[in-house]
Ligand binder design. Structure first.
Ligand SMILES: C[S@@+](CC[C@H](N)C(=O)[O-])C[C@H]1O[C@@H](n2cnc3c(N)ncnc32)[C@H](O)[C@@H]1O
Length: 389
């Protein structure tokens, strides 16, 4: 059900028109202090170098050029405080293009131009589009948040769930996801998986096929069967409502143009979830967690997990979170799977913290790409039984 630029044009143009505040108070660059523009310029250059290089040639080149363009930097200054400005700006333009805006810049977007992206310098065209749609872009970046839901991260979570279930693979599971966004990664047991070592897992008829590359010589374990999930809930400060077309389109616009397969996985997962969306409680996980934990069936294996979320917690909140988990781990067995960035590295790490009879253990199970494109398993031996041979 991959959406092409054409189909989106037909379905979204109306939304785009009615939901945007057209006459927003757009600031010209003359009203901004020079140091603000300089700071934004550095932010765009840094984003291009550190995040786009090797991931999106289009965004890398556009963001380097935009960093030298005082007019567009002034538009970008309308982002809400604390938001990653380049991601927001590029998503706003992408949103308008996916919604069917007719402009030559679409030729450069691999997910819109089905004939393959045009060659040459995309910036003059991009700049002209941004100048034409200045009010729409301002309205989007001053109201929207950078909040994604990357479904392929489930391919990294799956082996960690296998380890968390350990010897009790038949026991039902209770799942609590912290920072669930649209909740798509709460449905990991309904997807099918193919790894580069040709192993497959899950319902082969699942409408959401995921794939990931295994790096290194160790094979990640996979659950022995599809588990029975008796409890699943997500917690999020700002749950994405997948019945809201506008919210879903924004989620899609945040996927970078070169990541055509990531967009397809997102669309497949949204389609599957829409008839039976997972429950997500709105609020601060620290406030919600104690009560949620009280409701978990005692005869299930409890797995808490979070992916690319704890970086949004201030350090004091991270400590409170660990304290809450520790407190609960002293009264019942539980596993906490963490998939988060590693300081000083471009990739992430999968860690498993377990409480068994009040005893805490912590292991780094794997390294992984932040979007689930690859996983490198780090433990030898039989991870399900704990045997070292
Ligand atoms: C980068 S997104 C990751 C979403 C999802 N885990 C994934 O990997 O696709 C981080 C999510 O954490 C949520 N979040 C941040 N701080 C939170 C808090 N204190 N309590 C609950 N959710 C929070 C955000 O609203 C956002 O949806």
């Amino acid at each position: 059900m991959a959406l092409t630029g054409k189909r989106r044009k037909d379905t979204l143009h109306g939304d785009c028109r009615t939901r945007l505040t057209r006459k927003n108070n757009t600031r010209g660059h003359t009203s901004l202090p020079m140091q603000d523009l300089d700071r934004l310029s550095r932010t765009f250059h840094r984003f291009a170098e550190q995040e786009c290089a090797g991931m999106s040639a289009l965004y890398e080149s556009l963001c380097h050029s935009l960093a030298e363009d005082r007019d567009l930097l002034a538009i970008s200054a309308n982002a809400r405080l604390g938001q990653p400005v380049p991601n927001l700006f590029m998503a706003a333009v992408h949103w308008l293009l996916l919604a069917g805006a007719r402009h030559a810049v679409t030729d450069y977007y691999p997910d819109i131009n089905s004939e393959g992206p045009a060659r040459g310098d995309s910036y003059p065209s991009f700049r002209s589009f941004c100048r034409d749609r200045i009010d729409d872009i301002t309205a989007l970046i001053s109201t929207r948040l950078v909040q994604t839901n990357v479904v392929r991260r489930c391919a990294v979570l799956l082996p960690a769930f296998a380890v968390a279930m350990g010897r009790e693979q038949e026991r039902p599971l209770s799942l609590v996801e912290i920072g669930a966004s649209a909740g798509l990664n709460l449905l990991w047991d309904r997807y099918s998986y193919t790894y580069s070592d040709e192993r497959r897992w899950g319902d082969p008829n699942s409408p959401v096929p995921l794939s990931s590359v295994i790096r290194g010589s160790l094979r990640p374990p996979l659950p022995e069967s599809i588990p029975q999930v008796v409890f699943r809930v997500g917690l999020d400060l700002n749950p994405v409502d997948i019945s809201d077309r506008y919210a879903v389109d924004w989620l899609r616009a945040l996927v970078w143009p070169e990541r055509v397969d990531e967009a397809r996985m997102l669309e497949d997962a949204l389609e599957m979830a829409k008839d039976d969306p997972p429950e997500i409680l709105a609020g601060d996980a620290l406030e919600l967690l104690p009560e949620v934990l009280q409701g978990i069936p005692s005869d299930s294996t409890l797995c808490l997990y979070h992916t690319n979320t704890l970086n949004q917690f201030p350090s004091e909140a991270r400590e409170r979170f660990s304290g809450l988990v520790e407190e609960h781990g002293s009264v019942r067995d539980l596993s906490l799977i963490s998939v988060e960035g590693r300081a000083g590295h471009h990739h992430c790490a999968v860690e498993l913290t377990q409480y068994r009879n009040g005893l805490k253990t912590n292991r780094r199970l794997a390294d992984n790409d932040s979007h689930g494109n690859w996983i490198q398993w780090l433990e030898s031996g039989n991870a399900l039984t704990g045997s070292k041979d």
